[in-house]
Design a protein around this ligand. Structure first.
Ligand code: SF4
Length: 102
């Protein structure tokens, strides 16, 4: 018959200390977000992506990633995801030639 499990205070403190010492190793992996796409990325260059729509030639007034139908980002966030660039984020203020209001 197995005796009932009754961890001692010392064992409990060791477990808590171990968990706290490992937390910094685990936390960055949990909170990591995809990287921002670079304007020099070939996929970005293919659609003339820029981080700031004010520097885009061809962008209509008010057309930014934040107002694009392919954009997903939290309200007020400076970045979000775009279906054109899986695994990368774009600037909310960015723009590319695939901008769509549909
Ligand atoms: Fe921004 Fe839309 Fe172009 Fe994606 S498709 S980069 S959200 S303008």
């Amino acid at each position: 018959m197995t005796p009932p499990i009754n961890p001692s205070r010392r064992q409990l403190l060791r477990s808590v200390a171990l968990g706290m010492s490992l937390a910094p190793l685990v936390a960055p992996a949990v909170s990591a977000e995809p990287p921002l796409i670079s304007e020099s990325d070939p996929a970005a260059q293919a659609v003339h992506y820029v981080d700031d729509a004010r520097h885009a030639s061809g962008a209509t007034a008010g057309a930014t990633c934040a107002s694009c139908s392919l954009y997903s980002g939290a309200g007020g966030a400076d970045r979000g995801s775009c279906t054109l660039f899986p695994g990368k984020l774009v600037r909310a203020a960015g723009w590319c030639s695939a901008w769509s209001s549909l």
